[in-house]
Design a protein around this ligand. Structure first.
Ligand code: SAM
Ligand code: DTB
Ligand code: SF4
Length: 326
């Protein structure tokens, strides 16, 4: 169903004007849009598991899992089904409503896909929403995932079309758009966002958000990752971005995609409680929860719960948050 109240024709100058607003005006605008669409005190929590770690053939210059960089990562084959089930159960008992499984592949083989489909089925049987991120997909593979009952597919654009070639050379922006098109065509919810803090200009952040907002349908979920700098990856040592510019990115994402869940994703381990609070004020309403992202650390569960309690935030599923705003 197309929502006609949403815009898909944002120009770069319009987005730049938002970025350049006085901070208080931008946050007020973002919080106003947020309150029109969501319960402002609800945050959805997803848990992540790396089901296949490292030895990836791609050259994404931020990623510790690329085989090209010596990151001392413990490589792992595809995890056994039982281990995945146990991890999902733990995540559920800790309060996560969605379980996301990530694999360090350029794309899955058909055999890989059959294994992942078994995992999806086991996680669904626990009553959790499922999400996977497996790299590029063919139309046929996407169809199989839909038949398996997959709820979300994560595939990021990462940055603007212009900056992209400085970050990844082994697959094109268009390859990513093609996979996203397959996922939307199959009516699987799209989780698509990017990474900031990679040395990009503000215009690149605007360019990334423009791509996302002008998709035929806004991604249901928009992860905004702050680069986690890992030693020996090419982006290690990049100048840190101004944290207030990170908040601005969240706020502009909220304004451009009013009904999407905006996820405060990687990078929270390096953020103060106050910075995260500003991100929630700007419209972030989802996080990755649990002490590990895919391979890098994330705040431990009780630290997040303490922060939620101090902020009066309750963990909730996205659907419930939308219903209580209506
Ligand atoms: N291999 C698949 C792919 O690239 O689509 C799935 C897994 S990949 C690790 C998922 C996403 O994690 C990437 O698209 C990127 O946005 C994010 N990511 C990877 N390394 C990161 C880092 N060091 N900091 C922040 N985000 C990162
Ligand atoms: C996304 O946008 N961020 C998550 C998830 N999608 C798969 C991954 C973040 C990975 C951070 C680096 C790591 O832990 O390896
Ligand atoms: Fe491989 Fe994905 Fe990492 Fe790129 S982001 S190197 S495709 S695991």
């Amino acid at each position: 169903m197309i929502d006609t109240t949403l815009r898909h024709d944002w120009s770069l100058p319009e987005i730049k004007t938002l970025f350049d607003l006085p901070f208080n005006d931008l946050l007020f605008k973002a919080q106003t849009v947020h309150r029109q669409n969501f319960d402002p005190n609800s945050v959805q929590i997803s848990s992540l598991l790396s089901i296949k770690t490292g030895a990836c053939p791609e050259d994404c210059s931020y990623c510790p899992q690329s085989a090209r960089y010596d990151t001392e990562l413990e490589k792992e084959r595809l995890l056994p089904l039982e281990e995945v089930k146990q991890a999902a159960l733990n995540a559920k008992n800790n309060g996560a409503t969605r379980f996301c499984m990530g694999a360090a592949w350029r794309n899955p083989t058909d055999k890989n896909l059959d294994n992942v489909i078994e995992m999806i089925s086991v996680v669904k049987d626990l009553g959790m929403e499922t999400c996977v991120t497996l790299g590029m997909l063919t139309r046929q593979q996407t169809h199989k995932l839909k038949q398996a009952g997959l709820d979300y597919y994560n595939h990021n654009l990462d940055t603007s079309p212009e900056y992209y070639k400085d970050i990844i050379t082994t697959r094109t922006y268009q390859d990513r758009l093609d996979t996203l098109q397959h996922v939307q065509d199959e009516n699987i919810n799209v989780c698509c966002g990017g990474i900031v803090g990679m040395g990009e200009a503000e215009a690149d952040r605007a360019g990334l958000l423009q791509q996302l907002a002008n998709m035929p349908k806004h991604p249901e979920s928009v992860p905004i990752n702050l680069l986690v700098q890992v030693e020996n990856t090419p982006l290690y040592g990049t100048d840190k971005m101004d944290p207030l510019d990170f908040v601005r990115t969240i706020a502009v994402a909220r304004i451009l995609m009013p009904k999407s869940a905006v996820r405060l994703s990687a990078g929270r381990n390096d953020m103060s409680d106050e910075l995260q609070a500003l991100c929630f004020l700007s419209g972030a309403n989802s996080i990755f929860y649990g002490e590990k992202l895919l391979t890098t650390p994330n705040p431990v569960e009780n630290k997040d719960m303490e922060l939620f309690a101090r902020l009066g935030i309750k963990p909730q599923s996205t659907k419930d948050a939308q219903q209580s705003a209506a």
